[in-house]
Design a protein around this ligand. Structure first.
Ligand code: C5P
Length: 224
């Protein structure tokens, strides 16, 4: 898409919603549960979509990246915050790509004060599940909306990703295996397989910008 000779912007006028980064689930005023997501993949997607002419909303968990210019960035902390923002904006969106590493669980209780040791050698932490934002979007998706999810797995990547594609009613699932060198959280590169209903495309190792371009190409193809 990026190398169109006519300089035409293929996503011009389309509203694109991207989720990115980790979530933080507080335990008490000083501690939280989170994961290693840096937000790089989601930010790259938002920037590429912007460059292709889209109006982009980036719903971002806490990351160390600068807000991209020309993108409407909505900062969130918890999975429930992210759920609230996405569900309120989803119906105005043509393309949604969920690259965030959303915490599956959160502590049942958030202590008002810092949890003290008080001589204890162990404590129990009870967790409850967070809303699944991608699954919600899949349930509420109109035929004119395109939905793309991510799957990060440490084993049985393709099987799990295909299950997710159907289970969460996505048009496409981008699968990356955390155990593949050059893929996953802390790198500037990624190695992904794009999975659609009857089509699977394995991409070689690429920069996250290039991966973002390939994903948007494929989404554009679905929309046509
Ligand atoms: O089922 P799993 O968490 O592996 O699915 C990953 C996909 O679902 C990602 O696109 C992620 O952004 C999304 N997700 C979500 N809300 C959750 C959990 C995952 O949107 N609570």
């Amino acid at each position: 898409l990026a190398n169109r000779p006519d300089g035409e912007l293929p996503l011009k006028g389309l509203a694109v919603l991207v989720t990115a980064g980790p979530t933080q689930e507080p335990l008490d005023p000083v501690r939280f549960l989170t994961n290693h997501s840096t937000g790089k993949m989601g930010y790259a997607l938002a920037e590429q979509a912007r460059d292709l002419g889209a109006q982009v909303t980036l719903v971002s968990g806490p990351v160390a990246l600068d807000a991209p210019y020309g993108v409407d960035v909505v900062d969130v902390t918890t999975a429930r915050d992210m759920f609230d923002v996405v569900t309120s904006r989803f119906s105005d969106t043509e393309i949604t790509v969920m690259a965030a590493a959303v915490g599956d669980f959160r502590p049942v209780e958030q202590a008002q004060d810092k949890i003290k040791k008080n001589g204890r050698s162990s404590i129990e932490l009870e967790l409850t599940s967070n809303p699944d934002i991608l699954a919600w979007a899949g349930e509420h998706k109109r035929p004119d909306q395109t939905l793309c999810g991510f799957a990060m797995e440490t084993r049985d990547l393709e099987t799990n990703a295909a299950k997710k594609l159907n289970g969460k009613h996505c048009d496409m699932l981008v699968a990356n295996n955390l155990r593949t060198p050059g893929a996953g959280f802390a790198t500037d590169t990624n190695v992904v397989t794009m999975i659609r209903e009857n089509r699977e495309i394995e991409l070689p190792i690429m920069s996250k910008e290039e991966v973002a371009g390939a994903i948007l190409d494929e989404i554009f193809e679905i929309k046509r």
